[in-house]
Write a protein that binds this ligand. Structure first.
Ligand SMILES: NC(=O)c1ccc[n+]([C@@H]2O[C@H](COP(=O)([O-])OP(=O)(O)OC[C@H]3O[C@@H](n4cnc5c(N)ncnc54)[C@H](OP(=O)(O)O)[C@@H]3O)[C@@H](O)[C@H]2O)c1
Length: 268
């Protein structure tokens, strides 16, 4: 058997970048994807570990960009052993106020459509081979309606439901599906989503993406259906999302996600 191959989307920064290091540490060959120049730096950095790493730039918020990536992966003529659908963005702010439709739709296009598109393109060959691992990065907020993050939380509800459903469809095929539910993690996410002036953005006790990557790796290798990363209390968010009424959850979420809610907004 040859060296296994992992494909990681959103691998230039944050959780995806640390997942790349983690899989490299365990001897995988890697294809890393993202949409800007930072990807080259990550590819170089991960390649310094002595593994084979290839970068493929693609805008996964577009149908054409996602299709092009899928075609480039086909052209490798190598089975993808692990597919990690991690690329994601948020768009903070009042939905009916000064947020752009473009930004709101990009959340849906990347987090939802990009995830479905790549899974649909790559899963059939895994099923045909009778082996493979699909990993979908969702969030502990998947069960919480998120005022001022409405499309983001809804996108995570979608991917969690989607992954849980196909996991059952794929039982007995040799292909596993792992849903990853990170809690607040210290990455570029909050700045990119315009959340720096919120409590969510400013909270200092965020999880280390290195730890998130290690926990994810262990869960994927074990073929677990889901993993809640970070400290044990992150489970409370998941349980709350299952047990409490939406209206209450949304009101609590608003305290943390309302623009200007940070006592000490993050500067820079
Ligand atoms: N940080 C948290 O607290 C947290 C909590 C729960 C779940 N998550 C989820 O974890 C995943 C990773 O987020 P992160 O926290 O690591 O954030 P991050 O540091 O901002 O990383 C996001 C990644 O997605 C890529 N990306 C963004 N737009 C893209 C596009 N149009 N096409 C292709 N790639 C694109 C980014 O690369 P380019 O910009 O270079 O393209 C980057 O590599 C996301 O799905 C996020 O929703 C994060």
């Amino acid at each position: 058997m040859g060296t296994p191959l992992v494909v990681i989307t959103g691998a230039s920064t944050g959780i995806g970048r640390q997942l790349a290091h983690e899989f490299a540490r365990h001897g995988f060959d890697l294809v890393l994807t993202a949409d800007d120049d930072l990807l080259d730096t990550t590819v170089e950095e991960v390649g310094a570990r002595g593994t084979r790493v290839r970068g493929m730039r693609a805008d996964l918020a577009t149908y054409a960009g996602t299709m092009e990536l899928a075609e480039r992966l086909d052209a490798l003529e190598r089975p993808v052993d692990v597919l990690i659908l991690n690329a994601g963005v948020g768009a903070g702010g009042p939905f009916a106020g000064q947020t752009s439709l473009h930004d709101q739709l990009r959340v849906v296009d990347l987090n939802v459509a990009g995830t479905v598109h790549l899974a649909k393109r790559l899963l059939p060959s895994m099923v045909e081979r009778g082996s493979g691992r699909l990993v979908v990065v969702s969030s502990t907020v998947a069960g919480l309606p998120g005022p001022y993050q409405a499309t983001y939380n809804a996108s995570k509800a979608f991917v969690s439901s989607f992954a849980a459903a196909i996991a059952v469809e794929l039982r007995g095929t040799g292909v596993t599906v792992t849903t990853v539910l990170p809690g607040l993690t210290d990455t570029e996410f909050f700045a990119r989503a315009g959340l720096r002036n919120t409590k969510l953005g400013a909270l200092s006790f965020k999880d280390d993406p290195v730890r998130v990557a290690r926990q994810t790796y262990a869960a994927v290798v074990a073929g677990r259906a889901h993993v809640v990363t970070g400290p044990a209390y992150n489970w409370l968010f998941v349980l709350a999302g299952r047990l409490l009424p939406d209206r209450l959850l949304a009101r609590v979420h608003r305290v943390f996600s309302a623009p200007g809610s940070a006592r000490d907004p993050v500067v820079g």
